[in-house]
Structure formats: structure tokens, C-alpha cells
Design a protein around this ligand. Structure first.
Ligand SMILES: [Zn+2]
Length: 437
């Protein structure tokens, strides 16, 4: 039997005739995944000279970039790919001695767009490699169709601490991480039983998620609101009561500064539109501060709504939302708040926080506050925006008093809104739910 060895070897060689620059360096490699591409940036010591080719015969597919007479001053071992498209970036034996060969291992075959950029503001020479294709967990463009069909609002629920980080520990040995996970789960189930809302748990079990990663996870699922749940602690047992924290201006300025340094990330904010160089700084600042102002303002509003509900069921430590400089409250994409549900260091409150009944009450109050916020400030394209959130189809086992409690209204208000003469309701009956007071 004749054996035929077929070697499938796709080789595309592209060379650029740029005058040879001797002794160039790669100082840094940065990567920016986005919903529609991954951008890999090589920060160069001098104008880059390069050639590249594909190896597409087997998975992972490879894009090989050769830099002649170039030294790599960057440790690729520390490089952690956060793109679904680029699995890893590594070096390989260079074509010529004194050169550097960089291999990008890719999950899909893509046609790269490569351009070299000259020095600009804080940047020197760069080689920018754009790889088209979804590189984040969820494609934002795919959401647009959903938007048209009156989507649900997504509430990201962040149970504080977890795993090796217990959070604060009460005098009876209660771990904050356990209490807040129970409240977070109760809140998630209330939100998921609301036809206009869905919950996304940042951590659904006992493990740790990096602080900066928490808001990023929420952003990746396009959350409309971020609620972090904690329990307070103090060195003395006296302090007690709940409080809510929102993003402070100081943190915002820091975050804004950080954003402004990252032009590539800003390119995403700017929806891929590159403004003229002289306008860029001004436009960037304006756009970032606009989205920051919006997120901060609505975060404060949401916190005020939740605070009003918490006040009804538990003692408050602070009666107004407090401004904080906390890593979890840094998103410009959505309003965020951090709820301190009580002092776990106070023996009485520790006892309460341990009880399932009180956990349910706290979750209910947060849910009602969040719902009230979306009723007043419905995000575009949501069921809240089209008033469908105020319609309820009666399910088995529900009564007017159950619905009044769930939607934070009264039996009388539901009856009068629906012109009901009795309190008897039937499965399948559609009720208009009045806005909370
Ligand atoms: Zn905490």
C-alpha cells in the first residue's frame, strides 16, 4: 500500500523593505482584548523592522513575527493572556542571530492587521498587531439584537471575600465570607424570579476573586448594576448598623488618570474612532469623565434607594451613602455600590447576620431598592424602559399580599391600580404593579 505523506504547510511571507535599523529593542508587550479584536502592542526602542508569516496547519494556529537585529527586553514568562483568541505569546529560535522571533498562538485562523506607529505623547515607537475576532467571553455586538427585544436588566452580585480570605470574623467565629455569600445567593434568587431582571454572581461559591477583576467580570456580562455585599467590623464591639458605599471622586480621578494612560483601552471607549492627535487628550478626558460622572451619579441614586429599604428592616450605621476609595467600585460602565449589611464584630448583629431570616430580610431590602432604582432609571431597551416590568402574570401560590411585599407596594395600591373589588386573584391573571412609594 502506497503511503503518501502530505505536509500541509501554509506559509505566507510578507517582507517590508524598511532601511535596516541596527540594535532595536522590544521593551514591552501589551495586549488588549475587546469584543471584536485583540490588539497586541510591541513597545519598541526604535522604528520596528519586521516580517511575519502564518502557520495554519494545526491548532493552535501561529502568527510568527520576526524582528531582525532586535533584542527582547521583556520577560514573556510573566505574560498572562486575557484574550480568548490569543492563547499565548512566546519566543522561538530567531531566523538570524541577533534577532527576535515572537510566536502568537491563536485559537482561530485570523488575518492580522499590522502597523507601525511613531512616537506620540507618552509612547515611543510601536508595532500594533490587530487580530480580528471575539476575544472576550461575551460579544457585545451580539447583545444588540437582544436589546431590541426588551432585555432584562442584569445585576452583578459580588459576595465579598471568599476562599483563603474570610473577611471579618465575628466574636462567635462567624466568617463574613459565609454570611455574605448566603445573602448574595438569596438576593440572586429573588432577582431571578423577577421577570424583568437577572442576577450574575461574581462568585457563586467559596473561592477568591481578585478585587480588580470583580467589576471587570460584571462589565463582561454587560451588567446594569454592580452590588458588592459585605459585613462591617470594628475593633470594639459597640458599633452596629448597615451602611452603603459608593465610588468617590478621589478614586475616580485616579481611575481616570489610569484610563488616560491607556490609550488602547480608551480606543474601546471611543468605539474605535481615533480623534485627531491635538484633540485626543481633550476628547479622552471628556468622554471618560462623562461615563464616570454618569456611573457615579446613578450609583449614588441606586444606593439611596437601597438605603431607604434597609432602614425599614435594620439599624443603620450611616443614613446616607458614603463615598469610598475601594477597588471594587471603579467601573465607568455601570453604577456600583458596596453594602455593609451590619457589624459582624457586634455580638447582637453577628447573631442576626447568622440567622437565615435576617439574611432573607437583607436580601429582600436590597432587591426592592434595586428594583425601585430601575423603575425610576430604566436602562434603554429593557423591560423596565417599556413598562413591562410593571406587569405581573399571577403564578400558582401567589396572593396580593405576597406580590405587595415583593414589589414593595401595598395590597390597597395593587387593588386600586387594577380596579379590583376583591383580593382574590387567579393564576394567569395580568396585574399592573404600581411603582414603589
Ligand atoms: Zn468585607
Amino acid at each position: 500500500m502506497q503511503r503518501l505523506i502530505t505536509v500541509l504547510f501554509t506559509l505566507v511571507l510578507v517582507c517590508f523593505a524598511v532601511p535596516a535599523a541596527a540594535d532595536n529593542t522590544i521593551e514591552n508587550i501589551r495586549m488588549w482584548p475587546s469584543p471584536d479584536r485583540t490588539r497586541v502592542v510591541f513597545d519598541m526602542g526604535d522604528e520596528p523592522v519586521f516580517s511575519y508569516f502564518h502557520l495554519n496547519q494545526s491548532h493552535p494556529y501561529r502568527l510568527v513575527v520576526d524582528f531582525p537585529d532586535t533584542k527582547l527586553n521583556f520577560n514573556l514568562d510573566q505574560f498572562d493572556s486575557n484574550s480568548l483568541l490569543v492563547k499565548t505569546i512566546r519566543t522561538s529560535t530567531p531566523k538570524d542571530t541577533g534577532g527576535t522571533r515572537i510566536v502568537l498562538e491563536l485559537d482561530k485562523i485570523v488575518e492580522p492587521q499590522i502597523q507601525s506607529l511613531g512616537p506620540q505623547e507618552n509612547y515611543g515607537h510601536r508595532l500594533v498587531v490587530d487580530l480580528p475576532g471575539t476575544s472576550l467571553e461575551r460579544d457585545r455586538s451580539a447583545l444588540r439584537a437582544e436589546d431590541l427585544q426588551e432585555r432584562k436588566v442584569t445585576v452583578a452580585i459580588d459576595a465579598g471575600h471568599g476562599g483563603e480570605d474570610p473577611g471579618s470574623i465575628g466574636p462567635r467565629g462567624t466568617y463574613e465570607k459565609d454570611v455574605v455569600l448566603k445573602i448574595a445567593r438569596a438576593l440572586a434568587s429573588m432577582i431571578n424570579s423577577d421577570p424583568a431582571m437577572q442576577a450574575y454572581l461574581i462568585r457563586s461559591d467559596d473561592y477568591y476573586v481578585d478585587l480588580n477583576e470583580r467589576p471587570r467580570k460584571a462589565e463582561r456580562v454587560d451588567a446594569d448594576l454592580f452590588v458588592s455585599i459585605h459585613a462591617d467590623a470594628f475593633v470594639t464591639p459597640q458599633p452596629r448598623g448597615a451602611s452603603i458605599w459608593v465610588l468617590s471622586n478621589r478614586r475616580a480621578s485616579t481611575e481616570m488618570g489610569r484610563l488616560l494612560e491607556n490609550k488602547e483601552r480608551l480606543s474601546d471607549v471611543l468605539a474605535g474612532v481615533e480623534p485627531a492627535a491635538d484633540e485626543q487628550e481633550f476628547l479622552n478626558e471628556t468622554l471618560v469623565s462623562m461615563s464616570m460622572d454618569h456611573a457615579m451619579l446613578s450609583g449614588y441614586e441606586a444606593a439611596t434607594e437601597v438605603l431607604a429599604e434597609l432602614k425599614r428592616i435594620t439599624k443603620m450605621h450611616k443614613t446616607k451613602p458614603q463615598h469610598a476609595s475601594l477597588a471594587v467600585l471603579t467601573s465607568t460602565a455601570m453604577p456600583s455600590m458596596l453594602v455593609e449589611t451590619g457589624f459582624i464584630s457586634n455580638p447582637g448583629e453577628e447573631q442576626l447576620l447568622r440567622s437565615n431570616q435576617h439574611q432573607q430580610k437583607l436580601a429582600r431590602a436590597i432587591y426592592q431598592g434595586v428594583r425601585g432604582f430601575f423603575m425610576r432609571r430604566p436602562p434603554d431597551g429593557t423591560m423596565f424602559a417599556s413598562n413591562r416590568a410593571s406587569r405581573h402574570v399571577v403564578k400558582s401560590g401567589e396572593s396580593l399580599s405576597i406580590l405587595a411585599q415583593r414589589y414593595n407596594t401595598s395590597v390597597t395600591a395593587i387593588k386600586s391600580r387594577n380596579k379590583l373589588s376583591s383580593s382574590v386573584i387567579q393564576v394567569g391573571q395580568v396585574l399592573e404593579i404600581p411603582s414603589p412609594e
